[in-house]
Design a protein around this ligand. Structure first.
Ligand SMILES: O=C(O)CCC(=O)C(=O)O
Ligand SMILES: [Fe+2]
Length: 286
């Protein structure tokens, strides 16, 4: 028998009683008989990418010095938050003066081809005591950098339609994205014209080159095309740290990275102008 929720007009999983908030509730999802059409990606998007030659722009990092117990504790915290009642989570929907933002299926940004996930984003300022080389680099290049941590929960997608994605193919607009995925796996990168799965390892961070870093290196580092598959049995959680320039800082590559033979590939831009462009046109949360 088909679930009646799939017949609601605007958003198949429903809205709150004020009509403002998207309901993307794993308790409801597990009873769906069909995947709502908003979550179906086209077969091209599932298989292909562009013709250009791609370097994958992704690094797997171990020996990073982050305590595994800290990662575990962060995961427990994420579970606590995502397991809160839906009514509580919806109170953290985007408000103009809030740094915390909860969203279900990102329906606030897209109305079709939705990602099968809930997200919680927040913001923290640069830690001046940090000894990290990456932070130092961004600090030198951009003055003071801004970090956006976020976490994702991908509910199990029990209906087997082969068209639903946890996160659709996209490149992050960021400088760099640091990612941690759990044992469920599902993160894939497009390399040598194929999607390649990234295996899970408890001590592994994944670093993606984003479009801003690509522009900063005049295209020497390619930004990474990636996506996340859904899992039929298990829910998946991931944590991301998006490292970006301060809003008003102009992103411009150093002079020695371009010449007559190797001209500028991208115009100057500020992160403030740039960040909302991919949010509008691509499936990404950064
Ligand atoms: O959940 C993940 O592993 C990746 C999420 C992602 O690509 C993003 O938030 O930009
Ligand atoms: Fe991403």
């Amino acid at each position: 028998m088909k679930s009646s929720v799939a017949t609601l007009t605007h958003f198949p999983l429903g809205r709150d009683k004020n009509g403002l908030a998207t309901i993307f509730d794993k308790a409801v999802l597990k009873n769906l008989a069909d995947i709502p059409k908003e979550f179906e990606w086209s077969s091209e998007e599932l298989v292909q990418s562009s013709q250009e030659e791609l370097h994958h722009g992704l690094f797997q990092v171990i020996n990073h010095g982050v305590d595994l117990d800290l990662i575990k504790a962060a995961y427990e915290e994420i579970s606590t938050v995502f397991n809160l009642p839906m009514s509580k989570k919806l109170t953290a929907q985007k408000k103009p003066d809030s740094l915390v933002e909860y969203a279900g299926a990102r329906e606030d940004r897209f109305t079709s081809k939705l990602p099968w996930k809930e997200t919680l984003a927040f913001q923290n300022d640069y830690n001046k005591d940090s000894k990290s080389q990456v932070v130092d680099f961004f600090n030198t290049a951009f003055g003071v950098e801004l970090q956006h941590p976020g976490c994702n929960l991908y509910p199990a997608c029990t209906v087997d339609n082969n068209l639903t994605l946890g996160t659709g193919p996209h490149r992050d607009p960021t400088g760099l994205t640091f990612l941690y995925q759990d044992q469920v796996g599902g993160l894939e990168v497009f390399v040598d014209n194929k999607w390649k799965a990234l295996s899970y390892s408890p001590d592994q961070f994944i670093v993606n080159v984003g479009n801003t870093f690509m522009a900063l290196t005049n295209g020497r580092y390619k930004s990474c095309l990636h996506r996340v598959l859904v899992n039929k049995e298990m829910e998946r959680k991931s944590m991301a740290l998006f490292v970006n320039p301060r809003g008003g800082k102009i992103v411009s590559p150093p002079q020695n990275l371009f010449s007559k033979e190797e001209p500028r590939k991208y115009p100057d831009f500020t992160w403030k102008e740039f960040r909302y462009f991919p949010q509008k046109y691509q499936k990404t949360d950064c």
